[in-house]
Design a protein around this ligand. Structure first.
Ligand code: ZN
Length: 226
């Protein structure tokens, strides 16, 4: 690795370690389940959580650097979901971060194999419509990665509910993928509560389009105009 790549990897080790604290802060994970990874921009490398390490013990130094086939370049055993993350980075060059959780409400929808319909403006903003269901896939090999990519390619949603399993999210960087995981659970919880109380009211597709466009293109802090 040249000096610039070494510097990038060191910074991403810090970022990825720190972002794991968001998974516990928002109560998205139990024990050592769940993981965050980041692509090293411009390199065939990613930084990912080690396997089976307590969240309290995750530091920049314990993060694992792998190539995009999931082979370890620097560190110990990577997350058991490394093959799925690697597959996504190989297939979707625009993706810079991937997150996986079994967050409770979202995974309850996954257990029923049911996509989350768009009943909330916040969901239209963030996901552009329903949060889709991906196929059932066993861990090991490329089946989970293939299921994520086939479901999310050409879909507005940055989150997929892998059937009987849990949530995978993608983003332009690891922080965006973590945000999608947090928002996915928030939407899944409210949608669950809404339906428990009766039949939620759908949002018209044109309104979903309008909300999505505004949130993705207008909302938030803009760089100051000069
Ligand atoms: Zn899992």
């Amino acid at each position: 690795m040249n000096t610039e790549v070494t510097r990038q990897v060191a910074a991403l080790r810090e970022t990825v370690a720190r972002l794991h604290r968001e998974l516990t802060r928002y109560d998205l994970v139990a024990w050592t389940s769940g993981n965050v990874s980041a692509r090293v921009p411009g390199q065939e490398l990613m930084v990912i959580k080690p396997s089976g390490v307590d969240y309290d013990d995750l530091t920049a130094e314990t993060m694992v650097v792998c190539d995009l086939n999931g082979t370890v370049v620097d560190g110990t055993s990577p997350s058991s979901d490394t093959a799925a993350h690697a597959y996504v980075y190989r297939a979707m060059p625009e993706v810079g971060g991937v997150v996986h959780t079994h967050s409770g409400y979202a995974t309850a929808w996954a257990a029923r194999g049911e996509a989350i319909p768009c009943w909330l403006t916040a969901q239209a903003d963030e996901f552009g419509g329903e949060i889709p269901i991906g196929p059932f896939a066993l861990i090991g090999g490329d089946d989970i990665g293939k299921g994520i990519v086939s479901t999310l390619s050409g879909h507005r949603s940055p989150a997929v509910l892998m059937r009987n399993h849990g949530v995978f999210t993608i983003g332009k960087d690891a922080r965006a993928a973590v945000k999608a995981a947090v928002m996915c659970e928030d939407v899944a919880r409210t949608a669950h509560l809404a339906r428990a109380l009766g039949q939620p009211v759908p949002i018209a597709p044109a309104d979903i389009d309008s909300l999505y466009d505004r949130y993705q293109n207008v909302y938030g802090q803009r760089p100051p105009a000069h």
